[in-house]
Structures are given as structure tokens and as C-alpha cells.
Design a protein around this ligand. Structure first.
Ligand code: NDP
Ligand code: ZN
Length: 354
């Protein structure tokens, strides 16, 4: 008779067509620099769906998503100094990097020249096993990649800061958004609504570009000063030449040209939602004649993620969430794809025990 025991359980997809289902597995034995974490909450990012369904073509299975993790430290390795047992901590999209390349040395681990180790579906740098994300009972993560959650943040609504938060904070900060700048946020989902909050807290005049007029009221509540319905060509035309920055969170290929036309000269259009080819084609005229910049940005480094958490605590910023029983994760995926969530599902990991 088999007597295999496992030290972790979570929800994973076994292939691109399969729904997520419970899976038992083993987390590694903690190394001297590791922090063991009991997962309390995990946000549901649109990337989790892209990856579970292999939309981007580089998924590996079994795939256990989850990279917006808040939990409690249950044990620490002998070399750990940053965290102690009982601390409330966070884990985002990365759990390791080479730590020696020029990007890592500049605290930009997400751009590690050897490639970062992602929180799920990445081979561990030491033992080669596949990383498993936060839709699970517990995690084992090297302390450098474990964040401190400030005490005055609600732990459940802080979880999505670890991805949706840092992904929107980092480019706004990198491009130096400051009071008086006109910032447009494209799409109001998990990332977009955080983009509105951060841009507003940085002092910008913020406009939401959304497909639905119905979201206007909500956008103002989030702090937007203006709303443009992107499907109305008249409203798009009226905004020509007015923005300094556009933060584009739209998760599917879309026509960039009408948005570029809303940028002032030297304006920057920052892509965070799209990693597929741009369709329809970009008209380079829209860049060249106004010295506009089309840019991309990937999450943020660990030091900057801590800075974002502290900034959020200082400004009282968290995510608007809907708590989720993990049994309903597959329905939740469908609702995210339909845009039917305000604005992030967060799994209450207690429901995993039930
Ligand atoms: P959501 O689904 O929560 O939000 C996306 C928003 O985009 C929607 O709310 C909607 O806003 C708009 N949108 C959706 N479909 C369309 C469409 N067909 N045409 C135009 N607009 C659309 O996703 P997330 O915020 O979780 O993630 C957004 C994207 O960012 C995903 O692709 C995700 O993978 C990516 N991502 C990138 C990261 C990075 O580091 N660069 C990190 C994390 C995520 P509205 O209804 O207002 O129009
Ligand atoms: Zn994410």
C-alpha cells in the first residue's frame, strides 16, 4: 500500500483545456534563506487565466496559478533576517533571479538577464522543479522575494497590490508622473482601477478610457477626474493631443492609433496588458510627428514593490475586491474574462481547508 504524504494542496490546471482542480504536492524542504508561509489570501490576476489556458504559448503543466499572495510566516531558515515567524508577508510574480547581473544589481529583478524565476510555472534555479503559485495552502520562498505587508493595510485587499499594484505603480513612477500631468488609464479592471488610484495619489489629472459608459460613475468614485468612452470616435477625437501618459491595461490586441492620437507631443503610451503582436498595424506617423514614445513595462523590482506597499499604506490605497471561495475558481475565471468583477477576486484560503 502506498504511504505517500504531501505537505501542500492547491488548485492547478493539468493542461490548457482543463479546469483548475485540487492537487496535492510537495513544497521543497526550506533552505537556509527560505521563508515558509501559510497562504491567507491570493488575488486572481488576468495573467493567471492567460497562463492556465496557455494563451501566451509558454505555459508548463501542472500549472498552479497565483502571484498576489498574502500570508503569515510559519518558519524561517537559519540565514533569514528580514522576516520572523508570525509576520504578515507578501509574494508577487517572482520568487528568484540570478541576483548578480546588472539588472538584479539595480533592483530590477524582473528584467534579470538570465530570466527571473516566476512564482508559478517556472523551473526552480536550484533543483529544477516547477514552481507552484499561491492558489495553495503554503509557500516556500527565498527571503529576498518576500515583502512586508504594512500593518495598516487590510491583508485581503492588499494581496492584489503584489501584481496589479506594482504593475501600475512602477511605470507611473519610472516615467516620473507628477502633479499636473494628464494621465489616461486604458481599461478599468484589476490593473486599471489601481492605475487610477496611484496616478491620482501622484497628483495627476486622471482620465479613464473605458468601453462602457456604465463604468463612468465607478471611475469617478475611484478618483478619476474624467471618463472617455473609447468606443465613441467623437469622444476620442475631442481628446486629440491632450495626454502626457497613457497606461494601457487592455488584455487583448486593440487599435493603438486612436489612443496615440490623444497624446501630446513627447507623450508616452505604456503597454502593460498586451504581449501579443499589435493589431491592426501601428501607424508610425502617430509616433514620429509628435516624438511620442510607445513603451512597455513588466511588474516592478522587489525594492520598488516594497516602496509601493509603503506608499499604499501612507495613502490608504488598497484594491477593491470580491472574496472568493476557491471551489468557485473556474466560474471566477469566466467572470474575469467577461469583466464581471469589481475589481479583483481574492481567494480566501480558509475555503481550501473546507
Ligand atoms: P482585467 O480583465 O481585470 O481588466 C482588463 C480591462 O481591460 C477590462 O476591465 C476592460 O476595461 C478592458 N478590456 C477587456 N477586454 C477588452 C477588449 N476586448 N477591448 C478593450 N478593452 C478591454 O485584467 P487585469 O487588469 O488583471 O490584467 C490586464 C492585463 O495586464 C492582462 O493581459 C494581464 O495579463 C496583464 N498583466 C501584465 C502585467 C505586466 O507586468 N505587464 C502584470 C499583470 C497583468 P473596460 O471595461 O473599462 O473597457
Ligand atoms: Zn498578475
Amino acid at each position: 500500500m502506498s504511504t505517500v504524504t504531501y505537505n501542500a494542496i492547491g488548485y492547478a490546471a493539468q493542461n490548457a483545456k482543463a479546469p483548475l482542480a485540487p492537487m496535492q504536492f510537495n513544497r521543497r524542504a526550506p533552505r537556509p534563506d527560505d521563508v515558509s508561509i501559510e497562504v491567507l489570501y491570493c488575488g486572481v490576476c488576468h495573467s493567471d487565466i492567460h497562463q492556465a489556458r496557455n494563451d501566451w504559448g509558454f505555459a508548463t503543466y501542472p500549472l498552479m496559478p497565483g502571484h498576489e499572495i498574502v500570508g503569515k510566516v510559519t518558519a524561517i531558515g537559519s540565514n533569514v533576517t528580514k522576516h520572523k515567524v508570525g509576520d504578515l508577508v507578501g509574494v508577487g510574480c517572482m520568487v528568484d533571479s540570478c541576483r548578480t547581473c546588472s539588472a538584479c544589481k539595480e533592483d530590477l529583478e524582473q528584467y534579470c538577464l538570465e530570466g527571473m524565476t516566476q512564482t508559478y510555472a517556472s523551473p526552480d534555479r536550484i533543483d529544477g522543479t516547477l514552481t507552484m503559485g499561491g492558489y495553495s495552502s503554503n509557500m516556500v520562498v527565498s527571503e529576498h522575494f518576500v515583502l512586508s505587508i504594512p500593518k495598516n493595510l487590510d491583508p485581503a485587499s492588499a494581496a492584489p497590490l503584489l501584481c496589479a499594484g506594482i504593475t501600475t505603480f512602477s511605470p507611473l513612477q519610472h516615467y516620473g508622473v507628477e502633479p499636473g500631468d494628464k494621465v489616461g488609464i486604458l481599461g478599468m479592471g484589476g490593473l486599471g482601477h489601481m492605475g487610477i488610484k496611484f496616478a491620482k495619489a501622484m497628483g495627476a489629472e486622471v482620465t479613464l478610457f473605458t468601453r462602457s459608459q456604465a463604468k463612468a460613475e465607478e471611475a469617478y468614485r475611484q478618483g478619476a477626474d474624467h471618463v472617455i468612452v473609447s468606443t465613441d470616435p467623437e469622444q476620442m477625437k475631442a481628446a486629440a493631443g491632450s495626454f502626457n501618459f497613457l497606461l494601457d491595461t487592455i488584455p487583448v490586441p486593440h487599435d493603438l492609433n486612436p489612443y496615440l492620437e490623444t497624446l501630446a507631443f513627447d507623450g508616452v503610451h505604456i503597454l502593460v496588458g498586451l504581449i501579443e503582436p499589435v493589431e491592426p498595424a501601428l501607424n508610425a506617423f502617430n509616433l514620429v510627428f509628435k516624438r511620442r514614445v510607445l513603451a512597455g513595462s513588466l511588474i516592478g523590482g522587489i525594492a520598488e514593490t516594497q516602496e509601493m506597499l509603503d506608499f499604499s499604506a501612507e495613502h490608504g490605497i488598497t484594491c477593491d475586491i470580491e472574496m472568493l471561495d476557491i471551489k468557485n475558481i473556474n466560474e471566477a475565471f469566466e467572470r474575469v474574462v467577461k469583466g464581471d468583477v469589481k475589481y479583483r477576486f481574492v481567494i480566501d484560503m480558509k475555503t481550501l481547508k473546507a
